[in-house]
Design a protein around this ligand. Structure first.
Ligand code: AGP
Length: 609
């Protein structure tokens, strides 16, 4: 998720673009840049690495005249945060500048074709491909070049472009990433988010997918990719700046819960080759190495640990490999028996967690290969691991992990399927069945998110409780653990997750009518045992809220409350059931007056041991 801005008007663009980026800094901040068309029709660009303070320092005393230009603040997805990878990107001749937010899934194929046609690239990013694509299709009309070039693109984009030969024109397009046009008084603002220009105008036109906007002097035009005119209502934004940065949501956490389908789709998006098979060359895992693996050791903390707990079931099922899941702070404090035949997987959304980093270092010191599953390109963990798999959840501002968790799940599903295939123990049929359903998950996640009424009602009913017990079996167990963590970290209610089968070995003593029990009970291979556990809970008078499969009437007659998810494969229910638990925690915390984005005592990234 990056912040992009464009401006065309009667004022100097530099300060307007920079202020716009400031308002979008929550969308990404590892590098930045601006580019304007000067009065003598030349592109004047400046780039910086780091957050916008670095760009501000770089701009001091620099003369960048021009009343049309583009700007970008980056959240790296392809290519580390470096000057070369910072946007705006230029074409070969330096006539076209583009800024991009999204993921070009077929950028390697496009890059190869363009290189064949003589284009030379200066970055490792997928975004630079768009600059050369426009150059390839440019015949004197930038808007037409955009329409023609984007027909070749697979993936998501919000792109803004200028051409120095058309100083009175700015062109933009979107698919899957937000893009808004702000209508000023004789000036136009384009941005990935309304906050960028809300101080200038509240009149906004929102582009839809596969639409191209061209602003020319004092008018604008929107078409589809075939050039057919499209018209949209002009909206008037009622939000204040703070709400606008949250996309109209009251909190970043809620916004990020609702961003999960996009985050998962983006995480899956660039992990398949043109034949639809999972590709992970960056892991440098060949079939022989994969077959020679003795076990997998997963190291993580907190929510990332719960993603690892899920992956244990996946590696055992699909890769037929023993998998040990380790709390990082404990992993590093033992006399580790880790060898070169082990594959260590470190899961960390920040890539900076001290305990997990220490585990990575110890594992590498003992000769194991380490794969980092991270959300931040260029983070310390990626630099210290043998290979990295990136989630593309974008910046997660809320301290409580939500979209990074389901994105981590997606990455672990892919890794387990990939290794199972490499080891030759996963049949084509099983592989494709799981890949197809995995790729259908964003749509099913949308279904769960579409009806949050029941979970809000449950929150209303139980928000006064002081203790919760979360129960799950099999694939439901990691979800129960995550649900307990979400509730305790943002509402400060004591909550614990337990394997449902473990309840009778002690935790059942906790139960009475004041202790709500949340049971993850989707229709899977352990469903009947979950029903038995629910009966045991009910016999102790505790109220039970079940997370169940839509159409399951049996459970409705047993539990006090039921929250449903669409049917899917047993292994994939966690991506759906966890959403209800995230929303339950969120609504309970709000009802208790807690600050869900910045819970007490917590930090987003724990860089201390
Ligand atoms: C989860 O909501 C918490 N924010 C915390 O447990 C977090 O998952 C943990 O600190 C690990 O962070 P990481 O993924 O950045 O390594």
């Amino acid at each position: 998720m990056c912040g992009i801005v464009g401006y065309l008007g009667q004022s100097e663009a530099k300060s307007i673009l920079f202020e716009g980026l400031r308002r979008l800094e929550y969308r990404g901040y590892d590098s930045a840049g601006l580019c304007m068309i000067s009065p003598d029709r030349e592109l004047g660009c400046i780039h910086s690495v780091g957050n916008l303070d670095s760009l501000e320092r770089a701009l001091e005393g620099v003369d960048l005249p021009g009343m049309v230009g583009v700007g970008h603040t980056r959240w790296a997805t392809h290519g580390a945060p470096t000057m070369e990878n910072a946007h705006p990107h230029l074409d070969c001749n330096g006539d076209i500048a583009i800024v991009h937010n999204g993921i070009i899934e077929n950028f390697l194929q496009l890059r190869a074709e363009l290189a064949e046609n003589g284009h030379t690239f200066s970055s490792q990013t997928d975004s630079e491909t768009l600059a050369h694509l426009l150059e390839e299709h440019y015949r004197g009309d930038l808007a037409q070049a955009m329409r023609d070039g984007l027909k070749r693109v697979e993936g998501s984009f919000a792109v803004v472009a200028v051409h120095c030969e058309e100083p009175g024109v700015i062109v933009a397009a979107r698919r899957g990433s937000p893009m808004a046009l702000g209508l000023g008084d004789g000036e136009y603002f384009i941005a990935s988010g309304v906050p960028a220009f809300l101080a200038k105008t509240r009149r906004v036109v929102y582009l839809e997918d596969d639409e191209v906007l061209s602003v020319n002097g004092d008018s604008y035009r929107i078409t589809d990719l075939d050039g057919r005119e499209v018209s949209h209502e002009v909206s008037v934004v009622e939000w204040d700046i703070d709400a606008a940065e949250k996309g109209g949501y009251p909190d970043f956490m809620l916004k990020e819960i609702y961003e999960q389908p996009r985050a998962v789709a983006d995480t899956l998006g660039d992990k398949f080759d043109s034949s639809g098979r999972i590709s992970a060359e960056e892991l440098a895992l060949d079939p022989a190495t994969a077959k020679g693996l003795r076990r997998i050791v997963v190291v993580a903390c907190g929510t990332s640990f719960h993603a690892g707990l899920l992956s244990k079931y996946l590696f055992e099922r699909w890769a037929e490999l023993p998998c040990e899941i380790e709390i990082a702070s404990e992993f590093r404090s033992r006399n580790l028996v880790v060898t070169p035949d082990d594959l260590v997987v470190a899961i960390s959304q920040s890539g900076e967690t001290a305990d997990t980093l220490a585990g990575v270092r110890e594992a590498r010191r003992r000769g194991a290969s380490v794969v980092a599953v991270v959300n931040v390109v260029g983070s310390q963990m990626t630099r210290e691991s043998s290979g990295a798999i990136y989630t593309h959840a974008g910046p997660e501002i809320g301290v409580a992990a939500t979209k990074t968790f389901t994105s981590q799940m997606a990455a672990m599903y892919l890794l387990a399927l990939y290794i199972g295939r490499l080891r030759g123990v996963l049949s084509d049929e099983r592989y494709m069945k799981n890949v197809e359903e995995l790729r259908a998950m964003p749509a099913k996640m949308e279904e769960v998110l579409a009806d949050s009424g029941p979970v809000a009602a449950c929150a209303e009913k139980y928000h006064g409780a002081e203790d919760f017990l979360f129960l799950g079996r099999g694939f439901g167990y990691p979800v129960a653990m995550e649900g307990a963590l979400k509730l305790k970290e943002i509402s400060y209610i004591h909550a614990e997750g337990q394997p449902a089968g473990e309840m009778k070995h002690g935790p059942i003593a906790l139960l009475d009518d004041g202790v709500p029990v949340v049971a993850v009970a989707s229709l899977d291979s352990v469903y009947e045992k979950m029903i038995s556990n629910i009966e045991e809970v009910k016999a102790r008078g505790a109220p039970v809220m079940a997370i169940a499969t839509r159409g399951d009437d049996e459970i409705t007659g047993i539990c006090d409350d039921v929250l449903f998810v669409p049917e899917t494969l047993e292994v994939l229910y966690p991506m759906l059931t966890v959403i209800h638990l995230q929303l339950l925690a969120y609504h309970i915390a709000k009802l208790r007056g807690c600050n869900v984005d910045q819970p007490r005592n917590l930090a987003k990234t724990v860089t201390v041991e």
